[in-house]
Design a protein around this ligand. Structure first.
Ligand SMILES: Cc1ncc(COP(=O)(O)O)c(C=O)c1O
Length: 387
């Protein structure tokens, strides 16, 4: 029997009893942490002060629970998941994979977040070329040009965000994955701006390496994240950062002085040690909550939250939507510019709205813990500020 998904509203009331203080529309910077996740983390930290409060077995169990929750979110085996402290770590693993092969071209898109650009630029010193495909005249990524570029010789990798941090543009990962497959290029995705609000199945999209920190749409503590690595890619790669838990340890931590480079077959090989386990408890719990509702339900809820703002943008002639008008090209972010963006931002902040200004645009990023009523309130503030 398939378990009934818990309605978004029920989870909001249970996990966010304080959500009414201010209007938090900033999941694209950091999401709100569910109260049950925060208390599990805090309890774990304090339990360790009691004799026997935390056992070695529990430490391993926390990591297994986090990997399993993330694996379920992505529809992949848990063995494909390595816990990692941030998105950047996974990007660096992808760079290490590419660096093993002959020099060639790395294709990026203009407007990528620096975490998905700087690690690639390091390869220039090894004879690789980093080719940043300019955005279309709309200011949005030019997928046609990216696909065309993938058709040129010697492309080794494509690295894109599933959703761009400033424009909110949602990439067509299936199309790009197919193009990478034809080109024999590694497909590397920074998924921090979509996981938790937009369903993603990397194995079905031809993604080779997917990385994400947990602090945004996954509503997890800072310092928690992971990287998905396709099985065939793992065996041939020595981890760029070697950790003592990346290898198999025989016995019960009682025989550690053999120093064997006997790597785990699973993606654990790439995990750093020791990790901030309290943060991975938070990650596990937060992802379990997303699974309880279903990410598709979250996506639909967030699309409804966008509506009043989109209607307002359409009605207000001086406002320009930066995020695509096509709903299929949006996930959780809605960005717009106004001739007096700073004044509008000031009015929102004064009214207790938490949001961000990115690349000159006001970026609103509501999540499942927000309500349509809050969004109506935001539109009233916007109306007054721009009148
Ligand atoms: C697209 C994107 N990638 C990565 C990051 C952050 O990278 P990291 O998790 O390594 O801090 C952000 C925002 O902070 C982002 O918007």
């Amino acid at each position: 029997m398939v378990a009934r998904a818990t309605p978004v509203e029920e989870v909001r009331l249970r996990e966010y009893p304080h959500a009414g203080t201010g209007i938090h529309l900033n999941a694209a910077s950091h999401g709100l942490v569910p109260v049950s996740g925060a208390s599990e983390s805090a309890d774990f930290i304090l339990r360790r002060n009691r004799p026997g409060g935390v056992t070695d077995a529990e430490l391993g169990a926390i990591q297994r629970r986090s990997r399993s929750a993330v694996a379920e979110l992505l529809g992949v085996p848990a063995a494909d998941i390595a816990l990692a402290p941030n998105t950047s770590y996974g990007v660096n693993v992808a760079v290490a994979l590419v660096a093993q092969g002959p020099p060639g071209t790395i294709v990026l898109s203009e407007g990528e977040f620096p975490a998905n650009v700087l690690p690639w630029k390091v390869l220039e010193a090894k004879g690789f070329r980093v080719d940043v495909v300019p955005s279309a005249p709309s200011g949005l990524p030019d997928e046609d040009a990216i696909v065309e570029r993938l058709g040129t010789p010697d492309v080794r990798a494509l690295a894109v965000s599933s959703v761009q941090f400033s424009t909110g543009f949602r990439m067509d990962l299936l199309r790009l994955g197919e193009a990478c497959g034809r080109a024999g290029a590694l497909f590397c995705v920074d998924a921090i701006q979509s996981l938790g609000v937009d369903p993603c199945a990397p194995a079905e999209l031809g993604i080779d390496v997917l990385s994400a920190g947990g602090q945004k749409w996954l509503c997890s503590p800072w310092g928690s994240g992971f990287v998905y690595l396709r099985e065939e890619l793992r065996a041939g790669l020595t981890p760029p950062m070697v950790s003592w838990l990346g290898v198999r340890v025989r016995g019960d931590l009682g025989d550690m002085l053999q120093y064997r480079l006997d790597w785990h077959e699973s993606a654990r090989k790439f995990e750093l040690a020791s990790l901030g386990l309290q943060d991975y408890l938070g990650l596990a719990r937060a992802v379990e909550i997303l699974l309880e509702m279903g990410v598709d339900a979250v996506r639909r809820h967030v699309a409804v939250l966008h509506e009043p703002v989109l209607d307002w943008v359409t009605a207000a002639r001086s406002v320009r939507l930066v995020t695509p008008t096509d709903g299929g090209r949006r996930a959780g972010i809605v960005s717009f510019v106004h001739p007096r963006t700073q004044d509008v931002a000031h009015a929102l902040s004064e009214a207790g709205v938490v949001f961000a200004v990115r690349e000159g645009a006001i970026r609103l990023s509501p999540h499942f813990y927000n309500t349509p009523k809050e969004m109506d309130g935001v539109v009233e503030i916007l109306d007054t500020a721009t009148r």
